[in-house]
Design a protein around this ligand. Structure first.
Ligand code: PRX
Length: 636
């Protein structure tokens, strides 16, 4: 197991050590894992001409570090507690030994379908244990998994499968979410029309409803597993061999396949998991995210399982059958650490005090966590007072799909917290704040763009098939620094407060969406000639989506109809999570002489501000007045 920091002076000591000698620091942690062959070099890197390699020459398999390394210690211990959508259905407890057997069997299934080291396997699954099994089975045989969140549309799924040229797809007939059945297989069938690279799709039976079936391509999971051998050798991987691809939105173009490799990601997720949440043997850890996002990858699957934890996996939603569901799960499974998003907290606050009035979860609950977006002070206090009973520290964990694991966060009970502050960098993380011109802002009480100046083992190494875009996305803005895309403030105590995205990315309910992607989807509508999308403050979702749309023609009395059909189009092209909350039809967009849309003004208008700054550089300043008037009418 990785070493654990338990005191503030211990943190300060470890942090200083990690800055003075980063490679020595990480090598010590990496030593606690099982390597088939030790690395030749700890770190080779270059941020000017970006290339990052940790533990080069080292050989390992991440599943050997989950299963074989701890087998005698953990065999019968519960690895996964699966809590179904419907509380009347029985929860499943899967021990490390049982999970190991299932992983090996599915590894053999994948091999029997021709999957080899380096091949890509896509997953489009509900939150059921088979998803974790499939991911680990890929890791067992050196295949690269690409999990696509089950809320994405057929078009978005196909786009991701095509980009990764996935060979096999693992899916399910459907999934349960609250009162709804999500018809996943129907979406898959629609997507498959455009995905010739898929030779087999393996389907878990979850809902049992009728589905379409292609006998040349579709196989039932249970049939395949019934025939599979229970022993599968581990593929020996180089530390820098890819582990997975996860698509996320950037400020331009299509989603990018963020690529994580094996050795560094393993070391980083395990270390941050144990330290931030102060996990101790026997604790039950509940991360309420979906595995379709990076939080689930790192803190439901890899981090906890590498550290021999018991990880709760929840299929449903926080308001089903009622708004007390999370608290029931915490009580039922004696959860010690609970990790969720500010949006989930705000939506539960909106359900009223009744659900939290008489609860005390602190018999077992020790640590609370948040992730994905800035948490407002009101939500922080509610979480702290009502869920933690003033006893549980909140770790507000700042990180990104690209960082692989938590970067800036309190260590529970060790680093004192402040509402709405992510707090301090973890050992090994060297933040650098810069102004828009790239001037380094040092000392305390400064605000600017958040960069990182030294590599850490969990960082993404590339974008799948497009290293140039990786370089462009993070290393082109400020030479020699990794730019996160976030704004940040460092206060007088040296504490970090994340201010949100500085680029054209919107964070809706903790989900990252590129404005360009949404605009492309809107522009597909035959009556739309142009659009501009910005975020605006939203009480529950953090940010909502505001679309300014220019149409060639709006048939009389059909504005509402047109809005609905544009929204429908976005759901179909991307996902219902990308549906605009507000659409405003305008006759033009404010543009500079070079034709660039002045988003700064549109953001201000969407936020209801009357200060637009300088508009004299616009080619069409008169449009601002029209937009402001229409916006006022829209909101009344
Ligand atoms: O803007 C930051 C915000 O979420 C972005 C990363 O999104 P994604 O890659 O989808 O990963 C989300 C889960 C790790 C960041 O650039 N963000 C994440 N955590 C926080 C946050 N903003 C404020 N506070 C946080 N704790």
């Amino acid at each position: 197991m990785v070493p654990k920091i338990t005191t503030l002076s211990g943190y300060i000591h470890e942090y200083q050590k990690s800055i003075a000698n980063p490679t020595g620091f990480w090598a010590n942690i990496a030593e606690t894992f099982y390597w088939r062959k030790k690395w030749d070099t700890i770190l080779e890197w270059d941020f000017q001409n970006p290339r990052i390699e940790w533990f080069k020459g080292g050989q390992l398999n991440i599943t050997e570090n989950i299963f074989e390394r701890n087998q005698f210690l953990l065999g019968d211990q519960t690895a996964i507690i699966w809590e179904p959508n419907d509380p009347k259905e029985e929860a499943r407890k899967i021990s490390y030994n049982e999970l190991f057997t299932e992983v090996q069997k599915f590894a053999n299934v994948l091999r029997s379908h021709g999957v080899r080291k380096g091949d890509r396997v896509a997953m489009y699954m509900p939150m059921i244990p088979e998803l974790t099994i499939a991911m680990l089975a890929c890791a067992r045989i050196g295949a690269i998994h690409s999990v696509v969140f089950a809320g994405f549309s057929a078009n978005a799924l196909a786009e991701r499968i095509i980009d990764a040229e996935a060979k096999v797809l693992v899916t399910a007939d459907g999934g349960f979410r609250g009162q709804k059945i999500i018809h996943l297989k129907d979406v898959v069938d629609e997507a498959m029309v455009d995905c010739p690279s898929i030779v087999s799709s393996i389907v878990v039976k979850r809902t049992g409803h009728n589905i379409g079936w292609n006998p040349k391509r579709d196989y039932w999971w249970h049939d395949e597993m019934a025939q599979a051998d229970a022993v599968a050798s581990a593929e020996i991987m180089d530390a820098e061999d890819p582990l997975y691809i996860l698509y996320t939105s950037g400020s331009t173009g299509r989603p990018k396949g963020v690529l994580h490799t094996t050795g560094g990601y393993m070391v980083y997720t395990a270390y941050t998991f144990r330290n931030v949440f102060q996990y101790s043997s026997g604790d039950v850890f509940f991360c309420a995210a979906d595995i379709g996002w990076v939080t689930g990858h790192s803190y439901i699957v890899y981090g906890p399982l590498l550290e021999g934890a018991t990880s709760v996996m929840f299929e449903g939603i926080p308001t089903y059958p009622d708004a007390g569901r999370y608290w029931d799960i915490i009580k039922k499974h004696k959860v010690n650490q609970f990790y969720t998003s500010p949006t989930a907290i705000r939506s539960l606050i909106a359900q009223g005090q009744g659900w939290v009035q008489d609860i005390d979860l602190t018999d077992t609950l020790r640590v609370l966590g948040t992730v994905g977006e800035p948490i407002n002070e009101e939500a922080w206090h509610w979480y702290h007072d009502h869920i933690g009973n003033n006893k549980c520290p909140i770790v507000d964990t700042w990180w990104q799909t690209e960082t692989g694991g938590i970067m800036i966060s309190a260590i529970a009970g060790v680093i004192p917290t402040k509402p709405a502050f992510a707090s301090l960098p973890l050992p090994g993380i060297q933040p650098q704040i810069v102004d828009p011109e790239g001037k380094k802002l040092c000392g305390k009480g400064v605000e600017g763009n958040l960069c990182i100046k030294f590599p850490w083992p969990g960082m993404a190494r590339s974008h799948w098939g497009d290293h140039e875009r990786y370089v462009e996305s993070y290393f082109s803005q400020y030479k020699g620094l990794y730019f996160t895309g976030d704004g940040v403030k460092r206060d007088e105590d040296g504490y970090y407060r994340i201010l949100g995205r500085m680029d054209d990315v919107i964070n809706v309910s903790g989900h990252r969406l590129g404005t360009a992607e949404i605009e492309n989807a809107i522009n597909e509508h035959p009556l739309v000639s142009e659009s501009a999308v910005v975020g605006f403050p939203h009480d529950i979702k953090g940010q909502g989506i505001y679309a300014y749309v220019v149409c060639t023609d709006i048939p009389e009395n059909s504005e509402e109809e047109l809005k609905n059909s544009i929204k429908k189009g976005v759901s179909k092209m991307i996902s219902p999570i990308a549906r605009p909350d507000q659409i405003l039809f305008v006759s033009g967009l404010p543009k500079t002489r070079s034709g660039k849309i002045m988003r700064r003004i549109l953001k201000k208008i969407a936020a209801g501000s009357e200060e637009y700054g300088d508009i004299s550089t616009l080619t069409n300043p008169e449009i601002v007045e029209e937009i402001v008037d229409k916006n006022i009418n829209l909101n009344h």
